[in-house]
Design a protein around this ligand. Structure first.
Ligand code: CA
Length: 511
């Protein structure tokens, strides 16, 4: 029986003219930091492993120097779709902005070339998806609990369950039952998790319970030796977490060291039965904490408690994403799609898991500038490659175009990764030597506007509001604890990096 099925699959593949053009499954999550993927190493690798994401690294390639162009949700997605920096695709920040869906994007090019295109899950670009044969998206940030999905006819439907499971179900259902099996396809399966506010799937409520998860060395960073702008942002674990929204604590805050405005909107979406399960899981720890707080808790102890609660819920949310990816990879095995399907796992940017005392993103520091990027492509990408090529999210669109046999238009700013992928992860001699980065500044988290360049070894960025340069040597100072822009010994380096900054701004046509 098995043999006959295999023969049938083979015959059907041979009869499909597009079989030589691989399918693409683009698995994308939101705010998933490299530090929380065990294939990247990091402090959680043995405690909170991600075996299914790791499988892609084992069977394909993992990129160790992968970066975004602008470390925030919407702009990163716009760069992925267009292959262009924010100032060209127009989506420079998340405020009062709609993605201009009339511009060329890789799904449009692939659709024109005969690919079937679909996006399921988080979209977050305000305007409706264009260039997709099928889409079903979360409104805005979407919800973890019993999420709503916008349908192609404009209506909204609610589905009971946890968002990560539902996005996986819908993605597998599209692969299995809804696509045109005579066409190659690109499926963007895009998770909401592990975006703030962190509400795990009920089966993970007790995961890591009672464990003391490791802290980063810089949890109590005092921001000395860098711009004062670092002290002004509002994304600090110690000071800016919301009592209910972030910490999932009940009722109103009983301590002034919590922000108070936002409610726990996720628990408000629960059915009475779901709420009872949530309360039973978190209740005893909440009661203990509130009692400890009333008895008096110093700043450090409280910060450590906030960190533990944050990181447990974050890693619980990651677990559901990883399990979903496992289910999807299993489906590819069972269906025989595995051989001719490229699978990518990435996230829209990195995240602070307590490094520099922060949560959130936006800064050009490594934790939020990096993006995970893993790719499996049987027969093309050798298994187990760890690439050090400098890549950026503007490279994905031209890569997909080249995969589909579509010529890459000149106005695309990224570069196809195929030469790297086909060369065991080693960048060709003419590969880029540096990356350009831009962040617009926004009032909510008060991270100052900045833009800069990184060679992977040295990083220079400019803060226009205070007219400051910041320069880091990532080899000597990987945690970026000291800007050497005013160090006399670095004067030559500063000039070199300033020249590079000007050249790259000119190259990418930055206004
Ligand atoms: Ca994000």
């Amino acid at each position: 029986m098995k043999l006959r099925l295999a023969t049938l699959l083979l015959v059907s593949a041979l009869n499909t003219p597009a079989a030589d053009r691989p399918n693409i499954i683009f698995l994308f999550s939101d705010d998933h930091a490299l530090q929380a993927i065990s294939a990247y190493g990091g402090r959680f690798k043995d405690i909170a492993p991600t075996p299914n994401i790791d499988r892609l690294a084992r069977e394909g390639a993992i990129f160790e120097r992968s970066y975004c162009a602008n470390s925030i949700c919407g702009p990163s997605r716009a760069s992925v779709l267009t292959g262009k920096h924010s100032h060209i695709n127009g989506y420079i920040d998340n405020t009062n902005r709609e993605f201009d869906g009339s511009q060329p994007t890789f799904p449009k090019y692939l659709q024109k070339a005969g690919y079937q295109t679909a996006v399921i899950g988080k979209w977050h670009l305000v305007s409706k998806p264009t260039g997709f044969d099928h889409w079903e998206i979360l409104p805005g940030q979407g919800s973890y609990v019993n999420p709503d999905f916008i349908q192609m006819d404009g209506s909204t439907k609610r589905f009971e369950g946890h968002v990560s499971d539902i996005i996986t179900d819908k993605s597998i259902d599209w692969l299995k039952n809804r696509r045109d099996k005579d066409k190659p396809f690109v499926l963007m399966s895009q998770h909401k998790a592990p975006h703030r506010s962190w509400m795990p799937a009920p089966r993970h409520y007790k995961l890591f319970d009672g464990m003391d998860l490791p802290e980063p060395e810089t949890l109590f960073d005092d921001y000395a030796n860098r711009s004062d702008a670092l002290k002004k942002q509002k994304m600090s674990i110690a000071n800016d977490f919301q009592w209910a929204h972030d910490m999932l604590l009940p009722g109103k805050p009983v301590d002034p060291r919590f922000e108070t405005q936002l409610k726990n909107g996720e628990s408000m979406r629960m059915t009475p039965q779901q709420k009872a399960e949530f309360d039973a899981a978190y209740g005893p720890e909440n009661e203990q904490f509130i009692a400890d707080l009333a008895a008096g808790m110093d700043y450090e102890t409280l910060t450590r408690w906030k960190y533990q609660r944050y990181i447990r819920n974050y890693l619980r949310c990651v677990r559901a994403v990883d399990e979903g990816i496992g289910r999807l990879l299993d489906y590819l095995d069972e269906s025989g799609l595995v051989e001719n399907t490229i699978v990518i796992y990435a996230s829209d940017q990195g995240f602070y898991l307590g490094e520099h005392g922060w949560y959130d993103k936006r800064w050009m520091f490594e934790e939020s500038f990096t993006m995970p990027f893993l790719i499996r492509w049987p027969g093309v990408v050798k298994a187990g490659i760890r690439s050090k090529a400098l890549i950026q999210n503007i490279d994905y669109a031209p890569t997909f175009l080249e995969v589909a046999g579509v010529p890459v238009p000149d106005d695309i700013q990224g570069r196809s990764l195929l030469p790297v992928l086909k060369n065991d992860g080693i960048a060709p001699a003419d590969w880029r030597k540096a990356l350009y980065y831009f962040y617009s500044g926004e009032p909510t988290h008060r991270v100052a506007a900045h833009d800069g360049v990184s060679t992977g070894r040295h990083k220079l960025f400019y803060l226009p509001d205070t007219r400051e340069w910041q320069l880091f040597d990532l080899e000597k100072d990987p945690q970026e604890m000291r800007s050497i822009h005013d160090d006399p010994a670095s004067a030559g380096l500063l000039e070199e990096m300033k020249t590079l900054y000007r050249e790259m701004r000119a190259h990418y046509k930055v206004p």
